[in-house]
Design a protein. Structure first.
Lengths: 339, 367
């Protein structure tokens, strides 16, 4: 009886302490001197240790941009590699300040799991890969094909829904693990390999002959990957969100890592305001100094540069911009105005 | 009883055995053995050239991903480029001497065990086993004696595998001995506690224990009181293996005849004196194979920490092969071969060492 009540009060206290502490992430990060950022323990192009032992990749750049904005040092980040199961606990318990880890934004995660999602960094979705020799140019031509997929995943459900909706038949070949699916397809056990597009692009490179395989243009599911922060600290949420917007807006305005210093002198009021020029209040509103956008861009460059560097057509992964182009180029990236 | 040896019936070894004679006697003594020999030679002929070619002749030793994609053999260039990372993880390169020094301390501790006659050997060994974790922690983590702090998130690779394995081994044995003694205790409270502990940890998989430590525990701890993730994992590994060890030790205790306990008590020894000087030395000696078995399992189980985001040798290799600079089939296979070889070296070394130990300890009663 007594023990139970002590335990309950300790638990309640820790929750209350959690609630109070969560509202001062910015001060905590500044005091600590580094940002705690949760990343994937190894997803090609998104987050990986490089040869020198530094974390690098598309997701890692978001952490660097936030660290540059908040701490004036893009290297002041401590990366916590997190598995799928750990990632939400890590953010709920305050072990990390933000999660930048190929995480799909869903209703459940946004509400019940206690995350707030910054703008989407990468619009992923389920795609299809076939052998070039099959001479197929669209998923619509795949009636009756055998398809390799992982068992019990949303991938499998999407596949069933898509073929049913289009009145086509297929024969699924299911495996428990992603590498088994890959090995089966590579060995010729099925005609089609389906998974998230970013995953397909990476796995193609570990096939026996990557040039034999092509990706079909269709995307049949929504997998918007976005950075997340814990509930309960609006200011911190704003900082992470607007750092992502800054990266996208910079591409729109043509601000790059190399020309950001010149662009700061620009006559265009939108650019000058964003980069903390005369009369700008971008820092005052958000609780940072006016140069925060400038620093973030000088550290990592704009969205397009980050994309090119890690996952774009010229990188080993070779992912096309597609949905991830700016809205002006037919994509979905649309930064809110810095006013 | 006297044993008479009939020396006349042993034939003297054929002296001046020729190569052909040796082949005849060992490879083709009769047609069945001969058939087996031919089959084995054929199997080797089929596999060895390919294996050697892949491992050495066609392998790429220096270069980058493109060289490896072009070649048909293993990609040791990948292992070469990431060698430092595989051994030291993310440990700052300029501070790696501290890791080397603590590995040296480990080797020195093991070497002490090899010296046959050492004055006060018992004290020296006990002392070095207590000193080893302390010295290693100070060296690896730093923070005192003017050493720069290296947080545990920078630890990784082979070094982390050793840290987890050694901490698991050093932690598991005392826990196991205490739990085994407790389980045979006459005091009900202690017995019930030990039985519950052993059965609880023995009945859940290590993965569950690690998940509890890494996912559940932080939720119950007050905000701001963040216990190190590696420390949580180490405690989990030590408790889990302690429970396994307890049952091995209990097996040894059961093998000691009742007379030994009675004789010890009759000589006026108390409980601890009896256990320390009479019972445990005999009990532990009989269960060396079981102990080593558990130890080898600990080494291999260290790879499980990669599911909670710690980069042991396998984890860091896995992160490496999925890095976009190195995505290629031969890189993946080479990486795993390298990791497998690393683990094999550790476990094989350990089992050789245990054979040597058994040999020496059982010298007096070899049958």
């Amino acid at each position: 009886m007594k023990t139970t009540s002590i335990l309950t009060s300790v638990f309640a206290l820790s929750l209350a302490a959690g609630g109070m502490a969560a509202a001062q992430t910015l001060e905590e990060v500044r005091e600590r001197g580094h940002l705690n950022c949760g990343v994937s323990p190894g997803v090609p192009g998104f987050s990986n240790p490089d040869d020198a032992g530094n974390w690098a990749g598309f997701d890692v750049e978001v952490c660097r941009a936030v660290a540059a904005a908040v701490l004036e040092d893009a290297d002041a980040v401590r990366y916590t590699p997190l598995s799928n199961t750990e990632r939400f606990t890590a953010i709920q318990s305050g072990e990390i300040d933000m999660l930048s880890r190929t995480t799909t934004r869903t209703l459940n995660r946004d509400t019940a799991l206690g995350l707030n999602f910054a703008p989407v960094m990468f619009y992923d979705g389920q795609g299809f890969m076939v052998r070039e020799a099959m001479d197929v140019s669209s998923v619509m031509e795949l009636d009756g094909a055998t398809v390799c997929t992982s068992a019990g995943s949303t991938t499998e459900l999407n596949l069933a829904d898509f073929f049913e909706a289009n009145g086509m038949s297929y024969e699924p070949v299911r495996f428990d693990r992603a590498d088994e699916v890959l090995a089966a397809y590579d060995a010729g056990r099925c005609d089609v390999y389906t998974s998230d597009r970013s995953g397909l692009a990476a796995r193609r490179l570990v096939m026996n002959d990557p040039s034999e395989h092509v990706m079909l243009p269709e995307t049949i599911s929504k997998e918007p990957l976005a950075p997340g922060v814990p509930h309960g600290d609006d200011q911190w949420f704003d900082i992470v969100s607007w750092t992502v917007y800054a990266l996208i807006a910079a591409e729109e305005y043509g601000i790059t890592r190399d020309n950001v210093d010149e662009m700061a002198m620009s006559d265009d009021p939108n650019i000058s305001r964003m980069l903390g020029g005369e009369g700008s209040a971008v820092g005052e509103w958000i609780g940072l100094d006016n140069k925060w956008v400038h620093r973030a861009l000088a550290a990592v460059g704009n969205y397009g540069e980050i994309f090119e560097r890690h996952i774009g057509p010229d990188s080993p992964l070779g992912i096309e911009r597609g949905l991830n182009a700016l809205y002006t180029d037919g994509g979905l990236h649309y930064a809110m105005p810095f006013k | 009883m006297t044993v008479t040896i009939d020396r006349g019936s042993t034939t003297a070894p054929a002296s001046g055995l020729t190569v052909l004679g040796w082949i005849h006697r060992n490879l083709f003594p009769d047609w069945r053995q001969g058939l087996l020999t031919v089959a084995v030679i054929w199997a080797l002929w089929q596999t060895l050239p390919g294996l050697i070619g892949w491992l050495f002749l066609d392998a790429v030793w220096r270069g980058d991903r493109d060289d490896c994609v072009a070649a048909s053999g293993a990609c040791w260039a990948f292992v070469n480029a990431r060698w430092g990372q595989f051994i030291y993880g993310f440990y700052p390169p300029e501070l790696r001497w501290r890791v080397n020094l603590s590995m040296l301390a480990l080797v020195a501790t093991i070497a002490v065990l090899f010296i046959p006659r050492l004055p006060h050997k018992g004290w020296v060994i006990t002392g070095s086993f207590i000193a080893l974790p302390v010295v290693s922690f100070v060296l690896l983590h730093g923070g005192i004696l003017g050493l720069e702090v290296v947080q545990t998130d920078r630890w990784g690779g082979f070094m982390l595998t050793l840290v987890v394995a050694v901490a698991g081994m050093l932690g598991a044995l005392p826990i196991g001995i205490l739990m085994a003694l407790g389980r045979r205790s006459n005091m009900p409270a202690i017995r019930v506690f030990c039985v519950t502990f052993i059965e609880l940890f023995r009945a859940v998989p290590l993965i569950t224990v690690l998940f509890m430590a890494s996912v559940m525990l932080p939720l119950f701890m007050p905000q701001g009181f963040a216990m190190d993730k590696l420390l949580r994992a180490l405690i989990g590994v030590a408790l889990f293996n302690g429970a396994l060890m307890a049952e091995v030790v209990r097996g040894g205790l059961q093998s000691i005849p009742r007379g030994q306990f009675e004789a010890a008590t009759a000589s006026g020894m108390g409980y601890w004196k009896m256990m320390l000087f009479i019972i445990l030395p005999q009990a532990l000696r009989t269960v060396i194979p079981g102990l080593v078995n558990t130890y080898v399992a600990i080494i291999k189980d260290t790879t499980l920490v990669l599911i909670i985001g710690l980069f042991d040798l396998l984890g860091i290799v896995q992160a490496g092969v999925s890095s976009s600079d190195w995505l290629a089939p031969s890189v993946t296979i080479s990486g795993y071969v390298f990791a497998g070889f690393g683990f094999w070296l550790l476990c094989f070394g350990l089992s050789r060492y245990s054979m040597h130990l058994e040999d020496r300890l059982n010298a007096g009663r070899r049958r």
